[in-house]
Design a protein around this ligand. Structure first.
Ligand SMILES: Cc1ncc(COP(=O)(O)O)c(C=O)c1O
Length: 479
């Protein structure tokens, strides 16, 4: 074994001495917290280690490896410049306990980001605190409650949702203590106005909806919907996870929504997955401003500052001021794209989705329940394949992996049987879209046995999803 230039102890000690004393966290760890036995690790040279980690990295699949058309998740282009800027030590090294006078630049970025999000959504004020879309929904429900209670309207304990809702919607509503009223969609896949009218009452606190909805269909009747909800005394909450479809084209604020969350990690570009990192800022109309979480980012003639002085605020919902690195990437992305760039992004996202949808439908191998025009995503059904060849959506998804492609979202929304939910995003080339479509078509023609045994080429084969959830093995050495 040759001697590699690894991180040996004398070198570490030397670097520790050369570095600033205040950063010497290694030597400042209390003795009681330090390991007192030598750790047992294999003795390997650099080449072996590099090859090991390189091989592991190649087992992974990310947006840099290929197309990632996970419907509803919006896995889009994440410019490397955003990553680079967020890694600048003057940003990444900021400590949340620093005095405001030393983080004027960060505060300015957050202040301007709030203004940009207001313009994009048509809302009056924003809070950047929530750490994800679901967190934003929960905050929205707390604001809803604060609003009704302030008006002494204590009877309103119901929130209405459509059956196309994303799973986090009912979860957030229930966690906030509201009673959930789910209404079925029409045969066209949109909100059923008659059902909505029946559900509305003096108990309605809010109607929560995504537009375009999770079928990728824009609600043409949104102004009628908001009118009905407002007349009944309720608020409208906009789940902005699908904002990638309508940036620069339509604004939830103009549709009548009172509260909005955006998934910055989707629409505004941060690589995410497996639970983070995320950011789900919440915007509100003027009448709800006073309920926003503290601190608010404010500005006077001389400086930016954090204002904790808001007696009607629902309080604090996240440590410090939000997930700053995601905010920084979103700010960079929005600034780089500009108004026209964001508009074009949505136009191409919608074009890509419709291109794929039409090409797949021509094959007549997959079905498209609900016929209305789609926006940035569409949901196919594999029910036909299930009936004829006993192939399920899960089998198709697994087989795509054999071709080096990431599967789409499956089995959601729940109202589509054997659902494949495809969202190609604006950043995919025609070549990649064609390749994905051709592969889906070829798979549907393959021998069912091959499909049912897939994936064959991946490091991990088909796992027992239900077993894994019910009986998780969480220790690394069992693998
Ligand atoms: C329509 C919709 N709403 C809400 C969410 C929740 O967002 P997050 O995953 O950031 O909590 C998602 C996430 O995929 C979504 O697709």
């Amino acid at each position: 074994m040759y001697k590699s230039a690894s991180y040996d102890e004398p070198l570490l000690n030397k670097l520790a001495q050369l570095s600033d004393d205040k950063c010497d966290f290694v030597n400042n760890i209390p003795q009681t917290l330090k390991r007192n036995k030598k750790i047992k690790i294999p003795h390997l040279d650099e080449t072996q280690i590099v090859r090991h980690f390189h091989r592991l990295s190649q087992m992974n699949y990310g947006i840099d490896s290929g197309m990632y058309p996970l419907g509803s998740c919006t896995m889009k282009y994440n410019p490397k410049i955003c990553e680079e800027i967020s890694s600048w030590s003057k940003f990444s090294g900021t400590h949340p306990f620093q005095d405001c006078s030393t983080i004027q630049g960060n505060l300015e970025i957050m202040f301007e980001l709030e203004r940009a999000l207001c313009e994009i959504t048509g809302m009056d004020f924003f809070s950047l605190q929530p750490a994800a879309g679901a967190h934003g929904e929960f905050l929205g429900m707390l604001i809803t409650r604060a609003y009704h209670e302030k008006r002494k309207d204590f009877e309103r304990n119901e929130v209405i949702l459509s059956d196309t809702s994303h799973g986090t919607n009912p979860a957030s509503v229930t966690m906030a203590g509201y009673k959930l009223i789910e209404i079925p969609s029409t045969d066209e896949g949109t909100v059923d106005l008659e059902m909505l009218k029946k559900a509305l009452s003096t108990k309605t606190a809010c109607f929560m909806h995504t537009n375009p909805n999770t079928l990728g269909i824009f609600e043409d009747e949104i102004l009628k919907i908001s009118d009905l909800v407002h007349k009944a005394g309720g608020l409208l909450y906009y789940d902005g996870a699908n904002m990638n479809a309508i940036m620069g084209k339509a604004r939830p604020g103009d549709m009548g929504f009172d509260i909005v969350h955006l998934n910055l990690h989707k629409t505004f570009s941060t690589p995410h997955g497996g639970g983070g990192p995320g950011s789900g800022p919440v915007g509100v109309k003027m009448k709800l401003e006073k309920f926003l979480p503290i601190p608010r980012i404010c500005k006077d003639e001389k400086r930016y500052y954090l204002d904790y002085n808001a007696k009607d605020s629902i309080g604090k919902i996240k440590g410090f001021y939000g997930n700053f690195s995601v905010l920084l990437k979103a700010y960079t992305y929005i600034t780089l794209m500009g108004k026209e760039g964001l508009k074009e992004t949505s136009e191409i996202a919608v074009l890509n989705s419709n291109y794929m949808k039409e090409k797949i439908l021509k094959s007549k191998l997959y079905e498209l329940p609900f016929k209305k025009l789609r926006k940035h995503e569409f949901v196919l059904s594999c029910e036909n394949l299930k009936q004829k060849k006993n192939i399920r959506a899960m089998d198709i998804a697994k087989r795509l992996m054999d071709y080096g492609l990431h599967p789409p979202t499956i089995y959601f929304p729940l109202i589509v049987k054997e659902a494949l939910m495809i969202e190609p995003t604006e950043s995919e080339s025609k070549k990649d879209l064609d390749n994905y479509v051709d592969t889906l078509i070829n798979i549907a023609k393959e021998d069912p046995e091959i499909i049912k045994n897939a994936p064959n080429n991946t490091p991990v084969k088909r796992v027992d999803d239900v077993g894994a959830t019910k009986n998780p093995i969480l220790t690394w050495d069992m693998i």
